[in-house]
Design a protein around this ligand. Structure first.
Ligand SMILES: O=P(O)(O)OC[C@H]1O[C@](O)(CO)[C@@H](O)[C@@H]1O
Length: 547
C-alpha cells in the first residue's frame, strides 16, 4: 500500500508545530532547567553509550518523533527486513546483512533455503583458509609464506574491509601487510605493486558483481603483473575472490575452490560481514572476526527488541531526522576521537549517502522533504585545526557525532587524557558557545580598552546551540567496532523508512558509469565527432591532444 506523503502525516504536522517553538530553544537553558538532562537523554546498548542530550530537543520532541516513527512503520519494516522480505523493491531483493552475523543454528529460511547453514559453511571455509595463510601453512608458488595481501575492490568491497583492518590494527598479524587498491587510477595499483613480491603476495579480488570496471581493470593488471613473474599454474596460490558471480570468477581464471561466495541479498555497502570481510579475517584472525560479527549481532538484537524510546539506532535516526528537517542541517560531521577510526567517516559516507541519497519514494513519487544530509569528517583532534572554525562560527549549523573509546590501546595515558579532554570540550563548546557579554567580561579582565573590547567582541563570540551526539565505548575492540557499524547501519535504515526511500539500491551511480565507457572508447582512439556538449567535447579534445 502506498505510504501517505511524509508531510501529510499527523505526527509530522504535530512535529512541525512543535518545531516552531523548539527551534528557538537554547541548549544552555535546557541544561540549566534540568539537572537530570544527561541522565534523561543518554542510553547504552551492545557496549556503546550514547549521549544525545546536547541536541535541541526535549521529552515532548522525542515523544513526537517516536509517534512519527510508528506512523511511518519503522518497527514493521524493521521486522520485515530481519525476516527476509524483499524490501529492496526496485531490485526485488531481500536485505539480510543481519543474517550474516547471526550465530550458527539461528533459524533463517528464505525462499526455502536455510541461509544460516550456507552462511556458516562459508565462514568455516574462511576460517580454514585464513588459519592456513596466517600460520604459514599456505605457501606461495615458490614455497614461501604469504607476507602481503592486496585487496582489489571498490565501494563496499573496499571501504568496509579497509576501515576495519585499520581500526583493528592492534589485533593484526605481524607478518601480514595489508594493501587496498580501489581506484582505477593506475597510481593506486602502481603504489601497491611497488611494495610487494610476487612470490609472497596474495591478491583478493573482491566484487559482489564481478563486473565493476575499476575492479576488473585492476584485477587484470594484477594478474598480468603476476604472470610476468610466475607461471600460469601459480595463480591458484596467489589469487582468491569474494563474489556472488561464480561464472565470471571462473572466466577470470580463479579456481572456484578459491572463491568465497556471498549472496544477492547482501548490499555492497553492507557486505563487510560477508566474504568481503576476508581481509579482516586474514589480518586479525578468524576468532576476532567472529567477535566482530558478534558485536554487530548484539546491536541487531538490541535494534530488533528494544522499545524505540531506548533504541539507540532509532534514537540516532530520529534525532538526525529532526536536525535535517527542522534545523535544516544539510550536512553531518563525524568526528572519531580515535586515530584508528580514521577511515570511519569515509565508510559512513557510502553507507549513508548511497543508501539515503534519494529523491523519490519507494513507489517513485517525489519526496516532499529533504533527505540524506552530506556526511563528512576527520579524526579529532586533527579536524579541530582544519574546519572546526566553520563549525563553531560559520553560518551553517552542522550537527556532529563524536566517537571515542574511554581506554586506549597504548600506554601513553597522558595522550589519551588530552584526547578525551578535547572531545568533551568540543561538544561543550558547540553546545554552550560564548555570548558577547562573556567575551566582553574576558577582554575587559585582560585590560583591553573599551573600544578594543567592542571591536573584537563580534569576532570572539560563539553562537553555540550547535547539536552533537557523543558515542563512547570502553575500548575499540572487534566487538565494539561491530556494534558501532551496526548502529549506523540501522540508523540509516530508520531514516530511510521515515523518508520512505529504498535505502538498498544505488541507481544514481549508473549514468556516469555508462558515459565513462563511451568516453573511454573515444579517448582510446574511436572517432569522437563532437557527440557531447561543448565542455565535454573540449575536455576530450585536450586529453587526446596530450597523448
Ligand atoms: O562489489 P562490486 O559489485 O564490485 O561493487 C562495488 C560498489 O559499486 C557500487 O555498486 C556502486 O558504487 C556500490 O554499491 C558497491 O559497493
Amino acid at each position: 500500500m502506498r505510504q501517505p506523503s511524509l508531510t501529510s502525516t499527523a505526527s509530522f504536522q504535530a512535529l512541525a508545530q512543535h518545531a516552531d517553538i523548539a527551534t528557538t530553544w537554547q541548549m544552555r537553558d535546557l541544561f540549566a532547567a534540568d539537572p537530570q538532562r544527561f541522565e534523561r537523554f543518554s542510553d547504552e546498548a551492545a557496549g556503546l553509550f550514547l549521549d544525545y542530550s546536547k541536541n535541541r530537543l526535549d521529552g515532548r520532541t522525542l515523544e513526537l518523533l517516536m509517534q512519527l516513527a510508528r506512523e511511518r512503520g519503522v518497527e514493521a519494516r524493521r521486522d520485515a527486513m530481519f525476516l527476509g522480505a524483499r524490501i529492496n523493491n526496485t531490485e526485488g531483493r531481500a536485505v539480510l546483512h543481519t543474517a550474516l552475523r547471526a550465530p550458527r543454528g539461528a533459524s533463517h529460511v528464505v525462499d526455502g533455503v536455510d541461509i544460516n547453514a550456507d552462511i556458516h559453511a562459508v565462514l568455516d571455509r574462511i576460517k580454514t583458509f585464513t588459519d592456513a595463510v596466517r600460520s604459514g601453512e599456505w605457501l606461495g608458488h615458490t614455497g614461501k609464506p604469504i607476507t602481503d595481501i592486496v585487496n582489489i575492490g571498490i565501494g563496499g568491497s573496499d571501504l568496509g574491509p579497509k576501515m576495519v583492518v585499520l581500526a583493528l590494527r592492534h589485533y593484526a598479524h605481524p607478518r601480514l601487510r595489508m594493501h587496498f587498491v580501489s581506484n582505477v587510477d593506475g597510481h593506486d595499483m602502481d603504489a601497491a605493486l611497488g611494495q610487494v613480491d610476487p612470490e609472497t603476495t596474495l591478491f583478493i579480488v573482491a566484487s559482489k558483481t564481478f563486473t565493476t570496471t575499476e575492479t576488473m581493470m585492476n584485477a587484470q593488471t594484477a594478474r598480468r603483473w603476476f604472470l610476468a613473474h610466475a607461471p600460469e599454474e601459480a595463480l591458484a596460490k596467489h589469487f582468491v575472490a569474494a563474489s556472488t558471480n561464480t561464472e565470471a570468477i571462473k572466466a577470470f581464471g580463479i579456481d572456484p575452490a578459491n572463491m568465497f561466495p556471498f549472496w544477492d541479498w547482501v548490499g555492497g555497502r553492507y557486505s563487510v560481514w560477508s566474504a568481503i570481510g576476508l581481509p579482516v579475517a586474514l589480518a586479525v584472525g578468524f576468532g576476532y572476526f567472529k567477535d566482530f560479527l558478534a558485536g554487530a549481532h548484539d546491536m541487531d538484537e538490541h535494534f530488533r527488541s528494544a522499545p524505540l524510546e531506548q533504541n539507540l539506532p532509532a534514537l540516532l535516526g530520529l534525532i538526525g531526522f529532526w536536525n535535517r528537517q527542522f534545523l535544516e542541517c544539510s550536512s553531518v560531521s563525524i568526528a572519531p576521537y580515535h586515530q584508528d577510526l580514521n577511515r570511519f567517516p569515509a565508510y559512513l559516507q557510502q553507507l549513508d549517502m548511497e543508501s539515503n541519497g534519494k529523491r523519490v519514494t519507494r513507489d517513485g513519487q517525489p519526496v516532499d522533504t529533504p533527505t540524506c544530509p552530506a556526511i563528512w569528517g576527520e579524526c579529532g583532534t586533527n579536524g579541530q585545526h582544519a574546519y572546526f572554525q566553520l563549525l563553531h562560527q560559520g553560518t551553517d549549523v552542522t550537527p556532529m557525532d563524536f566517537i571515542a573509546a574511554l581506554r586506549p590501546a597504548h600506554e601513553m595515558d597522558h595522550h589519551h587524557t588530552a584526547l578525551l579532554a578535547n572531545c568533551f570540550a568540543q561538544s561543550e563548546a558547540f553546545m554552550k558557545g560564548k555570548t558577547a557579554d562573556e567575551v566582553r567580561i574576558d577582554l575587559t579582565a585582560q585590560g583591553l580598552p573599551a573600544d578594543e573590547v567592542e571591536r573584537l567582541t563580534p569576532h570572539k563570540t560563539f553562537p553555540g546551540n550547535r547539536p552533537s551526539n557523543t558515542i563512547l565505548m570502553e575500548r575499540l575492540t572487534p566487538t565494539t567496532l561491530g556494534a558501532l557499524i551496526a548502529l549506523y547501519e540501522h540508523k540509516t535504515f530508520v531514516q530511510g523508512v521515515l523518508w520512505d526511500v529504498n535505502s538498498f539500491d544505488q541507481w544514481g551511480v549508473e549514468l556516469g558509469k555508462v558515459l565513462a565507457k563511451k568516453i573511454e572508447a573515444e579517448l582510446a582512439g574511436e572517432p569522437a565527432p563532437n557527440l557531447h556538449d561543448s565542455s565535454t567535447n573540449g575536455l576530450i579534445a585536450r586529453a587526446k591532444a596530450a597523448v
